[in-house]
Design a protein around this ligand. Structure first.
Ligand code: M6R
Length: 608
């Protein structure tokens, strides 16, 4: 949510800051701005709209500064406008601040500042930080930031420059991600590694309540209470190619097509054929505890929550464990019953989602062991969890999650095999499951090779106003995910339902204008799903079925069929979701929507 980039070094800052903003634009894109320390003093320029609007706004200007900060925004306080865009500047015009997060006590602080005579011009909580720093500044920017942030309640990642301290950027974090990246005679501050990967892969993550003073060749970290912190840098193994479109029109399209490879990566080195189980390094220290757990709670948001629902089916069926799946936003405010035998699994692509992080902290506070299933290496959830498994999907830039979803299911499948082999399942079953998982990348490739078939269906239906998605058993969460993908990127209203629930309400919506996507793969509940299809057809609904190759019967009962390869029933979601991702993508393109940056959304939701 929002992107921060800061640069101090031997090169001119502006092109680096703009490049960084473009790479961060997937995190927030309603306004953008930049602040630099030029010879004539601090300058700041900002505009409502995307980074390109800022570039156009700066087109006639020449800047020579080697130090600056920049921001791309997802509005929380105040509408997207030039005035509310960041950087925000204090009344003296010396200090500029960019900020991700929400200052909860901003009204009280605003009142105090106004009583002191400060003129507050914007609707943002960020402007308050600029004035607070101005108020506390004597001759040391770091100390002014320290004094200011000790008064602030809320979440923040900030970067600050001051024309009186042109040799430093000061950064601080509490509850929103921020890192320092080191190059040769240059250092960076960023909310996300994508901003700096073209220049260096050496990063140091700030922890909550820490402040960093960053100069050209150096940086120092201390806590807000002034305790010095020594932290090793991490070397990221993400390549630049991973954050570029590589010939695809949109990142989402690229990421859908990467799935054979990302799923391969999620399994790499983890399958133990001899013992018909899996080896997950992040769980090695927890094997004793895992063999004793009696119950699992999985918590997540959005698409990750859908993956959690699939995990529930897998773990109950094959590990014989009772599983509860909770929206993180609800879990954090409940009084969950957690005992010695409860394992909490936390799923998050970004590893930074505010609700998921809070739910994990709450679970740990209550004594649970919390294991993360995370994509972003070094993210807060990855660092604060007791252990966990990276999904290794690589950077996901499209706001709509695709490859992370299938990799989350893959990792949940691996965890199921591990826990199942400690309990119920035989070596034969373990081997059968491993073999089935190994076949997934090739089967997904065969679906992607038939993308044109899906595109043709999308061409027929992209003008519909409503869609219903139905599935049963392990494919019910896939129906939810298909509906979420469609609504978030094409703005078509879509609902996912368990197929049999349709007759308890949604059936009232069905007429000849209502396309209904049904996952009707050949499995133990196929006949039941076929009855649900008949109920739709009897009311003239248009049925698009996702069926299993070799099913010669289904075509007579539906309007369109897309076939997917057969696979062990519990792993069908890994295949059945692919045509739904492609269908959402093509409908959004046909409707002229910005697929990667849908309105009102941001990739990583770091506010509550
Ligand atoms: O990074 P996370 O997995 O924690 O994100 C959770 C949701 O915000 C995310 O899945 C969201 O629903 C996506 N836009 C779905 O495509």
């Amino acid at each position: 949510m929002c992107g921060i980039v800061g640069y101090i070094g031997h090169r001119k800052a502006t092109p680096i800051l703009i490049d960084g903003l473009k790479r961060l634009e997937y995190r927030g894109y309603d306004s953008a701005g930049i602040a630099l320390i030029e010879d004539e003093g601090l300058i700041h320029e900002k505009t409502a709209g995307k980074v390109d609007a800022l570039v156009a706004h700066l087109a006639d200007r020449t800047f020579t500064s080697h130090v600056g900060i920049a921001h791309t925004r997802w509005a929380t306080h105040g509408e997207p406008s030039d005035l509310n865009a960041h950087p925000q500047v204090d009344n003296s015009g010396n200090i500029a601040v960019v900020h991700n997060g929400i200052i909860e006590n901003y009204r009280a602080l605003r009142q105090i500042l106004e009583q002191q005579g400060y003129k507050i011009l914007s609707d943002t909580d960020t402007e308050i930080i600029a004035h607070l720093i101005g108020f506390h500044y004597e001759d040391d920017l770091t100390e002014a930031v320290r004094a200011s942030m000790s008064l602030v309640v809320g979440t923040y990642a900030i970067a600050v420059i001051d024309k009186r301290s042109p040799d430093v950027i000061v950064a601080a974090r509490n509850g929103a991600p921020l890192l320092i990246a080191c190059g040769e005679n240059e250092n960076f501050v960023a909310s996300d590694a994508a901003a700096i990967l073209s220049y260096t892969n050496k990063v140091t993550y700030l922890e909550d309540r820490e402040i960093a003073t960053v100069s050209i060749n150096n940086f120092q970290i201390s806590t807000i209470e002034k305790v010095k912190v020594d932290r090793q840098a991490t070397e990221l193994d993400w390549t630049l190619g991973a954050i570029e479109k590589a010939g695809h029109d949109y990142f989402m399209h690229k990421e859908i097509h990467e799935q054979p490879e990302t799923l391969h990566n999620a399994m790499r080195g983890r399958l133990n054929f001899e013992e018909a189980t899996v080896r997950l390094n992040g769980l090695t220290d927890h094997l004793d505890d895992l063999s004793r757990i009696k119950r699992v709670i999985i918590t997540a948001c959005g698409t990750s929550w859908h993956a959690a629902l699939i995990g529930e089916y897998l773990l109950e069926e094959y590990a014989g464990l009772p599983v509860e799946v909770e929206y993180a936003s609800e879990f954090r405010y409940r009084s969950p019953i957690i005992d010695d035998g409860t394992l909490v699994l936390v799923i998050s692509q970004s590893g930074e989602t505010a609700d998921t992080l809070a739910a994990m902290r709450e679970a740990r506070r209550k004594g649970a062991k919390a294991l993360g299933i995370v994509n972003s290496v070094g993210s807060t959830i990855a660092r604060e969890s007791d252990g966990g498994v990276y999904i290794h999907a690589g950077p996901e830039i499209g706001v709509a999650s695709t490859k992370a979803f299938t990799s989350q299911i893959m990792v949940l499948s691996l965890i199921t095999i591990l826990l199942g082999r400690m309990r119920n399942i035989s070596a034969n079953m373990g081997s059968e499951m491993i073999a089935a998982l190994e076949s997934v990348p090739e089967k997904i490739q065969s679906i992607l090779d038939r993308e044109d078939e899906i595109k043709k269906i999308a061409e027929l239906y992209y003008q519909s106003n409503n869609f219903l998605y139905l599935g049963r058993g392990v494919n019910f969460p896939v129906a939810l995910e298909g509906a979420l993908k469609l609504k978030e990127i094409s703005y078509i209203h879509a609902e996912g339902y368990p197929a049999a629930e349709m007759k308890h309400g949604p059936i009232a919506l069905i007429d000849e204008k209502m396309p209904v996507v049904v996952i009707a793969t050949k499995d133990s509940i196929y006949d039941k799903v076929m009855s649900n299809i008949s109920q739709v057809r009897a009311r003239k609904g248009r049925v698009i079925a996702i069926a299993t190759e070799g099913d010669t019967e289904i075509a007579q009962h539906v309007n369109h069929v897309f076939y997917i390869p057969a696979i062990k029933q519990c792993f069908t979601p890994l295949l059945s979701v692919i045509p739904l991702q492609l269908m959402a993508y093509h409908m959004a393109v046909l409707r002229d929507c910005n697929v990667d940056q849908p309105r009102n959304l941001a990739k990583s939701v770091t506010v509550e």
